[in-house]
Design a protein around this ligand. Structure first.
Ligand SMILES: Cc1ncc(COP(=O)(O)O)c(C=O)c1O
Length: 320
């Protein structure tokens, strides 16, 4: 029986959904949404804050500031509240309402960017705002998840070893790519200790992370308008791109079976199912995919018909 006194002390690290029986996909889904921040970002937030405290950069009068499409913002809100720091989260209009409200309920000040930059999109505009805040007040401490080595190190130390323990003969691991912290931490661990496991990155169509042309995207979490500084493609065996309309279809399919997951889980499962059908059909393959969060935060977007209709409309416009 876990008993905790700090909200970041608990994380369900060993929960997998077998998608074979119910959905016909030969995939185990590692569920990362069962903690007090509701997502995998709790691990990165915890590691980055601990390192900043250890180094003396983060002091009692510091104000944490971070650019986040939502989940890291919530995770830092949880930790900032628990450790007595002030926190400003810079997000953009794609951030779900529930996510913003959650951060505010935890005492965070949320700055919402409404205009993307012509080059660099919303992410570029968010980063410019963070830089402006830091230049104006020396109390601001920017952990910068996009370039912070403790972001990937958290997954190298915790996420990847947990998967390797649970699946000693893992053939393929699918992970989504946002900052690429999860991807790089897992990829570095498996290349070092389990080199037979193939590492497949899953990204959204319209993200520039792996060099594709930029296109507007509506689902937060995966993909980037600027190439992630943490990414080292030499650790990645393959990349799959998923259209956001397929993401929504997969989320709805999983919800139809009682599993309400977040947007990137739909992306990762959709990409993994396609990859497995192309590369492993008819072969016994042990495959794991990482589900970064659950679906409640997406009730006003992915799980609303009008929003999904808009998604289809935008996708159609982008291809014609
Ligand atoms: C919704 C969502 N998708 C994807 C990811 C993977 O992100 P990253 O590449 O930044 O580790 C995260 C990380 O927390 C997430 O919260």
């Amino acid at each position: 029986m876990p008993i905790i006194s700090r909200p970041d002390e608990f994380n369900a690290e060993d929960l997998y959904v077998d998608l074979r029986a119910e959905f016909g996909i030969p995939l185990y889904l590692k569920c990362e949404g069962f903690n007090f921040a509701g997502s995998i970002k709790l691990k990165a937030a915890r590691a980055m804050v601990a390192a900043a405290r250890r180094s003396g950069r983060l002091r009692p009068d510091s104000i944490l500031v971070e650019s986040s499409s939502g989940n890291l913002g919530v995770a830092l809100s949880v930790i900032a509240a628990s450790q007595g720091f002030r926190f400003v989260c810079v997000t953009d209009t794609r951030c779900n309402l529930a996510t913003r409200q959650l951060m505010e309920a935890l005492g965070t000040h949320v700055h919402t960017i409404t205009e993307p930059l012509p080059e660099g999109g919303f992410l570029g505009a968010r980063l410019a705002h963070v830089r402006q805040l830091c230049e104006g007040d020396s109390r601001y401490v920017w952990l910068n998840q996009h370039a912070n080595e403790d972001n990937w190190a958290a997954h190298y130390r915790v996420t990847a070893p947990a998967i390797a323990r649970a699946f000693p003969a893992l053939d393929v691991l699918f992970t989504g790519a946002g900052t690429t912290g999860t991807l790089m931490g897992c990829a570095r661990y498996f290349k070092q200790f389990r080199p037979a496991t193939r590492i497949v990155a899953v990204d959204s169509v319209g993200s520039v992370t792996f060099g594709g042309p930029e296109r507007p995207r509506m689902i937060p979490g995966l993909g980037a308008g600027i190439r992630p500084p943490l990414l080292d493609e030499s650790y990645v065996d393959d990349v799959v791109h998923v259209d956001e309309t397929d993401t929504a279809d997969t989320c709805h399919r999983l919800a139809g079976g009682g599993f309400l997951f977040g947007g990137s889980t739909g992306t990762v499962v959709s990409g993994a199912a396609r990859w497995l059908a192309e590369h492993a059909a008819g072969r016994e393959t042990t495959a794991v995919a990482i589900a970064p969060d659950l679906g409640e935060r997406y009730l006003d977007t992915l799980y609303q018909n009008t929003w999904v209709e808009q998604l289809h409309h935008n996708a159609q416009r982008a291809t014609t």
